[in-house]
Design a protein around this ligand. Structure first.
Ligand SMILES: C[S@@+](CC[C@H](N)C(=O)[O-])C[C@H]1O[C@@H](n2cnc3c(N)ncnc32)[C@H](O)[C@@H]1O
Length: 191
């Protein structure tokens, strides 16, 4: 089906998907989100990419597949059980996993450190948004998913999502696009 990118997934993705299902991990990123992340990562040759919320490494696999030889990716998660799945399946010298609270990680980085940030945990999205956006270089891309209503949204979440979108769109230093793609994405570029 046109619009379905799963058949073009990196080899590790299918293996990780099987482990993800066995683990009962219920917050996986969709294949179409991954396909867009791979594309965006490939648009940043030599770039430094950051993923907040490794999970089991589904999106990590796509991001990794988009890196050129000189680019790099750091992926952060606070949960060793899920991140260990990613560590087992994604071994690459350009990729570094960090087991840490995302909030601490964000606050310990220098401004303008990254060319692309996929913020897929509360830190970087619903917490420390301004600090996270400050980590983007000029021209850097900020990507978030799950902007369309999801079955696992907690009570009161729609208002939080609306507030996040409003905050992003009110920033003069960002160019923001809302995408009805996968679980609903926002892609923003820092001017
Ligand atoms: C939506 S899932 C990530 C999905 C993943 N990107 C994928 O491709 O499937 C969110 C992840 O954020 C992690 N997380 C939750 N709180 C966190 C925190 N304070 N710091 C870092 N990671 C956190 C969870 O352990 C979970 O793996």
């Amino acid at each position: 089906m046109f619009g379905d990118n799963a058949s073009a997934a990196p080899a590790a993705w299918a293996e990780i998907q099987a482990r993800t299902a066995a683990l009962g991990f219920d917050m996986p990123s969709e294949a179409n989100t991954g396909a867009l992340l791979r594309l965006l990562a490939a648009s940043k040759p030599g770039g430094r990419m950051l993923e907040l919320g490794t999970g089991t490494g589904l999106a990590t696999a796509w991001l990794l597949a988009g890196l050129d030889a000189s680019a790099s990716l750091v992926s952060v998660d606070v949960d060793p059980v899920v991140q260990d799945v990613a560590r087992a399946h994604l071994k690459d010298e350009r990729l570094r996993f960090v087991l840490a609270d995302g909030l601490d990680f964000i606050r310990e980085r220098s401004p303008a450190s990254f060319d692309l940030i996929f913020a897929d945990a509360w830190p970087g999205k619903y917490e420390a948004l301004d600090e996270t956006l400050a980590l983007l270089k000029r021209g850097g891309l900020y990507v978030i998913d799950d902007m369309l209503p999801q079955p696992n949204w907690p009570e009161g979440h729609p208002a939080r999502v609306d507030d996040l979108v409003a905050r992003l769109e009110s920033r003069p230093d960002l160019v923001v696009a809302r995408l009805t793609w996968a679980s609903g994405l926002i892609v923003a570029a820092r001017r």
